[in-house]
Design a protein around this ligand. Structure first.
Ligand code: BT5
Length: 326
């Protein structure tokens, strides 16, 4: 009911009468009043005026299940939200939910992660109240070898959401970073569960440094936040909604062929490494070259210094800029 009241207040153009709220929700005026009080306690500023009704004046940067679900404009992505004030990792939560049968599109969101994960056991700094730490659960009918491309799909959605909500141009450092001015503002971690040759489910974790004011020493040089870039705080629930909307669109284009062929131009247009000198840290064979773009399978094409074109599969190796992080 809280979600419904919030959605109606958000959609109302000005005041919404208590009578209308009661009528549409089939509850008493007292019940509506109680929900309004609860919302105020959570930080919403709601004006109540006799004979006119309620009006949502200002919504602070609140994260809650009701806040997220009431603003979500998607068909399936993020329609079912699992919200945690604190958890170990939203990827772990989404995997737990997947095992328990949660539907395609379920989104786990946390205000704080105690054990945020990066790739290959690395750690993801996830302070309280200032970031977007979320993981979407999907159940695609794809071969497991295609799952890593879902990281690229999510990166496109994040770049779109950041543009729409913050007006900032970001770029993608293949395969899983969204960067602004050469610094990482978002990291993505895709994990999956497979059975025989099929995907059971995929969980794509997205960490966006939204309102972070300062970073720990060890990542200060490589990390950026939207707040540090714009000087303005972003309302996290709006950005989450925008990323989910964009994700839904990119995901359906991806699923048309089960590869990146429909998204090649979009991805390569945002590729920060494009035409850059890169070092491919393949444990068996390290080499340098120039990054050209991705191919339809999401592999990074690199023209090596001796003129060959090699394709780099994500997950196996790291790619570093020779003259900097990108
Ligand atoms: C990633 O790994 O970039 C994947 C990060 C995924 C985080 C999300 S948050 C929601 C979901 N739940 C999780 O537990 N994880 C996902 P990787 O490419 O391995 O980068 C990790 C490296 O980035 C670290 O070793 C640090 O150097 C750096 N780093 C750590 N925290 C950072 C931050 N908040 N911002 C920028 N860089 C960071």
């Amino acid at each position: 009911m809280k979600t419904k009241v919030l959605r109606m207040l958000k959609e109302a153009d000005g005041y919404l009468s208590g009578q209308e709220l009661c009528g549409r929700l089939h509850v008493s005026r007292t019940a509506v009043w109680k929900v309004v009080k609860q919302l105020e306690e959570e930080g919403y500023e709601i004006e109540a005026v006799r004979n006119r009704g309620y009006c949502l004046k200002r919504a602070a940067d609140i994260l809650s299940r009701a806040e997220l679900e009431s603003g979500m404009q998607t068909e399936w992505a993020g329609r079912n939200v699992l919200y945690f004030d604190e958890t170990d990792s939203t990827n772990t939560e989404a995997k737990r939910a997947a095992e328990a049968g949660a539907p395609h599109g379920t989104l786990a969101v946390a205000d704080y992660q105690t054990m945020g994960k990066g790739r290959r056991g690395r750690n993801w700094t996830s302070p309280r109240g200032v970031g977007i730490w979320m993981s979407i659960l999907i159940r695609p009918a794809l071969h497991p070898s295609c799952a890593s491309m879902l990281t690229l799909v999510a990166a496109l959605a994040v770049a779109d959401g950041i543009k729409r909500i913050c007006g900032l141009d970001s770029r993608i450092k293949w395969p899983n970073d969204v960067v602004i001015n050469g610094k990482k503002v978002c990291g993505i971690l895709t994990e999956m569960s497979t059975e025989l040759e099929c995907i059971n489910y995929v969980v794509t974790g997205i960490g966006i440094n939204a309102n972070i004011e300062s970073f720990p020493e060890e990542i200060r040089d490589v990390a950026a936040s939207l707040y540090l870039e714009t000087g303005k705080r972003v309302k996290r629930s709006r950005l989450i909604g925008a990323v989910m909307e964009a994700y839904e669109g990119y995901y359906s284009r991806f699923m048309e062929r089960g590869d990146m062929s429909g998204l090649l131009d979009a991805y390569n247009g945002l590729l920060a490494n494009r035409d850059n000198a890169v070092r491919v840290l393949d444990p068996e064979d390290e080499y340098t070259g120039t990054a050209l773009g991705i191919d339809p399978m999401g592999r990074l094409l690199v023209r090596t210094d001796d003129g060959f074109i090699r394709s780099v599969l994500s997950g196996e190796v790291s790619v570093r800029g020779i003259y900097g992080y990108v």
